[in-house]
Design a binder for this molecule. Structure first.
Ligand SMILES: C[S@@+](CC[C@H](N)C(=O)[O-])C[C@H]1O[C@@H](n2cnc3c(N)ncnc32)[C@H](O)[C@@H]1O
Length: 453
């Protein structure tokens, strides 16, 4: 199945990951299904419940990406009679929004008044914001910088350890993707190298969960997950030590508690005589992610011992700066984001005068109406008075404002948003030059002979 992360198409399909966008900071991932194998008793088939209402998947499937989908009323009548009712409550308590049902027939959902969501195709960025956290994750500001410094590009092979919650894994997969192994014609197999992520995770349940998600997301062709303690067993692929093959990696990302313990395996000629996991024909770039300076120091010291060059450290301190115009004053009533209070004493006094004048006019009208009522001509008189009083009113503020383009209104301000999710990230980068043999030296000497002195 082509992954929706690479080719989402124009519309959503059944059995595909979709992101339900509630708000910018509230995204719910769900696999779209008409029916599901958990029997939760909804007549409408699989239903995702959110704080903005219930969304039967029949209303989400075959919709253009980006559509606004209105919540539905779902029939929960059968649920209370079923064992599934309790299971769903438990699932929701666990933060699992994908409560599902296998109904014999799928009823047509009726629109509810509770709210709406937007239906979005998955991207590594939205997956990072929405994924179920099993560990600390690498966030978008960090991984975009890391992948850039690792020169991750289509056709490259990246080693990643540990996989954790799979946040970095998805972004890395998109960077290196240049085709699916299983869809490649046989005659092209030897020619081009397909991009790969070789992901290692030592926690068995996490490794299993990441693998399961990658299959659901159509990424199993691009990412190979290995359950392994990389400190002891290194980065070769395959289970049997005697049959292990080299991933021939061009780039490495280590998000481990002690990255320096894994570096002995990331060399051109391992001491134990095993194959090197590195691509011999290219320079290899590495990045390690550490939350404290002591770890950085240990990593750098060991990198030096193994011949890594151009070692540098970066701390990513991402801040989103919001730049906008701030308009203050009573003139700006009806202008979006305006702060509507008097900006000066004159404006406050002016406003009070207007209010007092209106009150006087209102009282005059009431008095005239009372007199007219006594004379038997009430209604007409009052309506006329109302009309004439409204004509006397000054033009509405938003009418005056319409003459000035909104981008020229107010004061230009900028604020940094404090709520960007991230965690301390000291990133160490280094480069290991390509492998260089006697034979390579000889070829280079023939190609570029030194000039006789
Ligand atoms: C901070 S998490 C990685 C998060 C991941 N980069 C992400 O973006 O979701 C660190 C992971 O390294 C794994 N780990 C720790 N020691 C390991 C080892 N020796 N070999 C492989 N994985 C290991 C842990 O189980 C944990 O899941």
């Amino acid at each position: 199945m082509p992954s929706p992360f690479f080719n989402p198409g124009t519309t959503s399909h059944a059995d595909q990951l979709a992101i339900l966008h509630l708000r910018r900071d509230a995204l719910v991932p769900t696999i779209l299904r008409t029916h599901d194998d958990e029997n939760l008793g909804y007549d409408e088939g699989k239903v995702t419940n959110t704080r903005f209402g219930s969304f039967p998947h029949s209303t989400l499937i075959d919709q253009p990406w980006g559509s606004q989908i209105v919540a539905s009323e779902v029939n929960t009548g059968r649920r209370s009679n079923k064992r599934g009712g309790k299971r769903k409550a438990a699932a929701l308590n666990d933060g699992d929004d994908t409560a599902t049902s296998t109904a014999a027939t799928t009823a047509s959902p009726k629109t509810a008044s509770s709210g709406f969501i937007h239906l979005l195709p998955p991207t590594p960025e939205s997956w990072t914001s929405a994924l179920p956290h099993r560990t600390q994750v690498v966030y978008t500001p960090d991984y975009s910088y890391i992948l850039h410094r690792l020169r991750a590009s289509p056709g490259k092979t990246i080693i990643e350890a540990g996989a954790g919650s799979g946040s970095f894994t998805h972004a890395a997969a998109r960077s290196v993707f240049n085709g699916y192994e299983s869809l490649r014609p046989a005659h092209k197999k030897q020619k081009t190298r397909l991009g790969k992520v070789c992901s290692f995770e030592f926690h068995e349940a996490r490794a299993g969960k990441v693998q399961e998600e990658l299959v659901q997301h159509g990424l199993e062709d691009v990412v190979r997950v290995t359950h392994r303690d990389v400190y002891n067993d290194g980065f070769l692929l395959g289970d049997e030590p005697s049959e292990r093959s080299s991933p021939k990696a061009n780039a490495i990302f280590l998000d481990l508690p002690a990255p320096w313990l894994a570096l002995k395996h990331l060399v051109r000629n391992p001491e134990d005589g095993s194959k090197s996991p590195l691509d011999p024909s290219s320079a290899v770039r590495i990045c390690t992610f550490s939350p404290c300076m002591e770890q950085v120091q240990k990593t750098i010291s060991v990198l030096r011992q193994y011949g890594w060059l151009s070692i540098s450290m970066v701390e990513v301190m991402h801040k989103r700066i919001e730049v906008r115009r701030e308009v203050v004053g009573l003139d700006n009533e009806g202008v979006r984001r305006a702060i509507v209070y008097p900006k000066s004493v004159e404006e406050a006094v002016g406003k009070l005068r207007v209010v007092e004048n209106r009150l006087k006019e209102f009282k005059t009208i009431q008095r005239e109406a009372a007199t007219a009522a006594a004379n038997g001509e009430a209604v007409v008189k009052v309506e006329e008075s109302n009309d004439s009083s409204s004509q006397k009113q000054p033009p509405r503020n938003d009418q005056k404002m319409a003459q000035v383009p909104s981008y020229e209104l107010g004061r230009l301000v900028h604020r940094s948003e404090p709520d960007i999710k991230t965690h301390t990230s000291y990133l160490v980068f280094a480069v290991l030059p390509r492998a260089w043999s006697e034979e390579d030296e000889q070829k280079a000497r023939e190609l570029y002979p030194s000039r006789p002195t």
